[in-house]
Design a protein around this ligand. Sequence first.
Ligand SMILES: [Zn+2]
Length: 239
Amino acid sequence: MDQLYRAMSSIKILRCSVGEVFSTLANGLCADHGEEGKETKFLLEIQELLSSATQHLSNMAVSLMSQNSLKRSHTNSSTAKRKKTQTSSHNVPPQTVDNVINSIDRLFPDLNLSFSRPFHTNVVLQVSLGQVLQAAVAFRGLMIEWVVVKGYGESLDLWTESRHKVFRKLTENAHAAMLHFYSPTLPDLAVRSFMTWIRSYNSLFNDPCKRCNYHLHSGLPPTWRDLRTLQPYHEECKP
Ligand SMILES: [Zn+2]
């Protein structure tokens, strides 16, 4: 659990530093850079921001890897049997990714899925669940790399947060679920488990909390779903 939180906080730091790169690029050359050699100064500034983002990325990789080794030792007995079918989760042919997504689409008719490949081979999946929520899910191969959850009717992209606190909380919980279900040996199962988890939000605004039995707590519905039982809880009532 400790490692999960460390991984999540490094994802947040990475996101901030990548955001800084984009905003500096968007501002372009400005008065700060002066007249003399302004292009060079601008480029140096970008380079500095990029290297700090890279540093954060490698920190994140380290904390994710330590989390995986924990998972492996935990599931050692079962992975031995599955060795034969082992695939690398981020180096799979596009056709395999298409097949996995299509099978999920058939399995869960209440999830509306569509996908595109804006960054060459990697898929960005758009999920909508009834009139409750929608999510943008970025993949690297078959590994879920980033998720943003927004409300029904909000504009959906990977870079901006929801206007509503409830969906910002869901985005945060989706990151926890993405790391929890991640499996380098059974990536398709990881994706299916994540989708099963997100589907449990179809009654987000109707479910009472399993612990306190109230609908609202601090003005929010139960935004947590137990990762195993999928039962609804308020953040404050989590088991
Ligand atoms: Zn509660």
